[in-house]
Design a binder for this molecule. Structure first.
Ligand code: HPA
Length: 272
């Protein structure tokens, strides 16, 4: 079965369970679940019930698609994302974005936890992603291109929607929340970077580094969606002495910053 047919089958299954027509799709990063709590939930579908979704044994916990409203707008939210380092191929990692598009989603909002390389950043900062550098070893669009899903050679010059970024900055200013901006570098992980790698990532133009987001954003742009993405800076990779990083510290920093991010994203969606 072709990718296109799998997408259609999955979308048809979801449509058989809900008449919701979400225009906004949201993918939440580690520790950033606050937006799920802010959603007026209408339906939750566990990934295990969705045809062609990866089985959850590898994820370790049960992910689900959540349908509901934020600020009066119909949204679909992925609670739990698929990372490349877990062993999924790029088509699997990005499949939910394809399904969202097939459901009618026009705007994709993505968040993540990331390490900071910009010296002006501190732990807990929120960074609007202005651009990215794709350092994943596999490209999500590799292989035969299905023109029904998008063009063979997508333009990437306006990947992170400027109007949405400006709106987010206005919202943050009115709420007294400080926002940083920068370039996200996406690597496969699961190791955090060595001190030399953080330095290199900074030299090539990166302000933050993480293990997600880039594949989903590429597929969203392939499908012609508008994209808004934000990182929580959970650790600082550049320093005079090497700093150790643990997943627990990343989660803790993300959880602390999550309410600020949720507030900005909720206002952004309400204003769409
Ligand atoms: N590197 C890669 N991924 C991350 C980091 C990091 O420092 N922090 C949170 N996710």
């Amino acid at each position: 079965m072709t990718l296109y047919d799998r997408i259609q089958e999955t979308a048809a299954y979801i449509k058989s369970r809900t008449s919701a027509t979400p225009l906004v799709g949201i993918i939440l990063g580690s520790g950033l679940g606050d937006l799920t709590d802010m959603t007026e939930k209408e339906l939750e579908i566990p990934y295990s019930e969705i045809p062609h979704f990866p089985v959850s044994t590898v994820i370790g916990h049960s992910g689900k698609m959540v349908f509901g409203k934020i600020g009066g707008k119909s949204v679909v939210l992925m609670s739990g994302r698929f990372h490349y380092y877990e062993g999924y191929d790029m088509q699997m990692v990005t499949f939910p974005v394809r399904v969202m598009k097939a459901l009618g989603v026009e705007t994709l909002v993505v968040s993540n936890a990331a390490g900071g390389m910009n010296k002006t950043f501190t732990i807990g900062d929120l960074m609007i992603i202005t651009d990215h550098i794709n350092l994943f070893p596999e490209h999500p669009l590799r292989g035969p291109n299905d023109e029904r899903l998008g063009t063979r050679f997508p333009d990437m010059s306006h990947t992170y929607d400027e109007a949405l970024r400006n709106k987010a900055k206005e919202i943050a200013a009115s709420r007294g929340i400080e926002l940083k901006e920068g370039v996200y570098t996406g690597l496969q992980g699961p190791t955090f970077e060595t001190p030399a790698e953080y330095r290199w990532l900074h030299i090539i133009g990166g302000d933050a580094v993480g293990m997600s987001t880039v594949p989903e954003v590429i597929v969203a742009r392939h499908g012609g969606m508008r994209v808004f993405a934000m990182s929580v800076i959970t650790d600082i990779g550049i320093s005079d002495v090497p700093v150790t990083i643990t997943h627990e510290e990343v989660l803790e920093a993300a959880q602390t910053a999550a309410p600020k991010m949720a507030a900005i994203v909720a206002d952004l969606i309400a204003g769409l």
